[in-house]
Design a protein around this ligand. Structure first.
Ligand code: 1CP
Length: 348
């Protein structure tokens, strides 16, 4: 079978499929013993920058789970380094970006990101992973969305309230947009580089968009996601994922992506009604459900498949990344359940 005819890529294009494709955000990660074993020997950054290890982790997770797509092992924050900021992962609070930015002058001093020079290790990992994966298994490349990355750069790490970011947007909208435009230029090249290296689809993670009001999303985030998606073009399907996006899902869907990733705070049905039938949808099982039993997981999967109702263009996934304490066997069970129930539903 040609990779372009895989269930995942067909679903991205809203073509009919014999069963619902499924993959899991953060499918290679700390919930997996084989991942923890590798991480006990190398730092997170080494893992991202070593193509042998990054591809091993990617391929192993995909094969162990039996998912319909692999996602390259990397991280949305790696782009901070070529922007001249210091990135640290192994801190108790999670990733930290030192030397954060706060003024217009600092934005102007941030160098333009030239991905072929400074993020070539990602292209190398994509190429090697593509060569090692089963030929018919699609590989997803990814990056952070301009808003979410901008928020990380300004906050210096993760945040609950995004106080500094919101203050900045209000105090100096010009500097904010300048930062966004710089990010868009770097990210567009970064995504195109991943496609050239063999990525079959792309996902843009706008994980923190939900901290914005609909008006703020429209004014400060949407135009830059739109510009990024336009700049990347339509060579491969683009998935645009966010959490907390229910209050402005229509605007979110207008960014131009082919597939919209939705979290668990809105029903799949309601979300698809808002997004419209011209787009595919990805989601949206609550990651917490994977802490229960296979029987309960099956009930919840069935609810989501019932809402999708066999319409072409549904890619099953969690509403957000798999949680680090998730029992490994429940992740595999999820994949088996989605395949089995969706096959039965379509009578194939
Ligand atoms: O200790 C460890 O091993 C590090 C944990 C870890 C992992 C496994 C981090 C640090 N990043 C990753 C890999 C990663 N990150 C992938 C790999 C591919 C896969 O899915 O299998 C992907 C797609 C990401 C994307 C990512 N990084 C996002 C978007 C997804 C989401 O969950 O919203 C975000 C927000 C990040 C930032 C980040 N990197 C790592 C952590 C712990 C975080 C979140 C920090 C925070 O905001 O508090």
């Amino acid at each position: 079978m040609m990779r372009t005819d895989s269930v995942f890529l067909k679903a991205c294009r809203r073509e009919p499929v014999p069963y619902t494709p499924v993959w899991i955000m953060r499918q290679a990660g700390r919930y997996m013993k084989s991942y923890r074993d590798i991480r006990s020997k190398v730092s997170f950054m080494e893992l991202c920058k070593n193509k042998e290890l990054a591809s091993e982790v990617t391929v192993r997770a995909a094969e162990q789970l039996g998912v319909d797509a692999a996602i390259i092992f990397s991280d949305i924050l790696l782009i901070a380094e070529p922007m001249g900021l210091k990135l640290e992962y192994d801190t108790p609070q999670g990733p930290a970006i030192r030397g954060g930015i706060s003024t217009k002058e600092q934005v102007d001093r941030i160098p333009e990101v030239r991905p072929e020079e400074t993020l070539a290790f990602v292209a190398d990992a994509v190429r090697l992973t593509r060569a090692r994966l089963k030929p018919d298994l699609p590989l997803i490349g990814f990056c952070g969305a301009p808003f979410t990355l901008g928020a990380y750069l300004i906050e210096g790490g993760g945040s609950k309230q995004f106080v500094r970011t919101k203050q900045w947007i209000k105090d100096d909208a010009g500097a904010w947009h300048a930062l966004m435009e710089k990010l868009v230029r770097g990210l567009a090249g970064y995504l195109k580089m991943q496609v050239a290296a063999g990525a079959d689809a792309l996902q843009i993670f706008d994980s923190w968009a939900g901290c914005l009001s609909p008006q703020e999303y429209r004014d400060y985030a949407l135009p830059h996601s739109q510009a990024l998606i336009r700049a990347v073009g339509n060579k491969v399907p683009i998935i645009y994922f966010g959490t907390g996006t229910a209050p402005f899902l229509k605007e979110f869907a207008s960014a131009g992506a082919d597939v919209i990733g939705v979290d668990s705070q809105i029903g799949l049905n309601a979300a698809w009604d808002i997004i419209g039938p011209q787009k595919a949808i990805q989601g949206n099982l609550d990651p917490q459900i994977l802490f229960s039993t296979p029987e309960l997981i099956e009930q919840e999967v069935k609810k989501i498949l019932d809402q999708a109702d066999g319409r072409p263009g549904h890619i099953f996934n969690l509403g957000h990344g798999i949680l680090p304490a998730t029992p490994e066997e429940n992740a595999s069970a999820l994949v088996e359940i989605v395949h089995r129930l969706s096959r039965t539903a379509s009578g194939k």
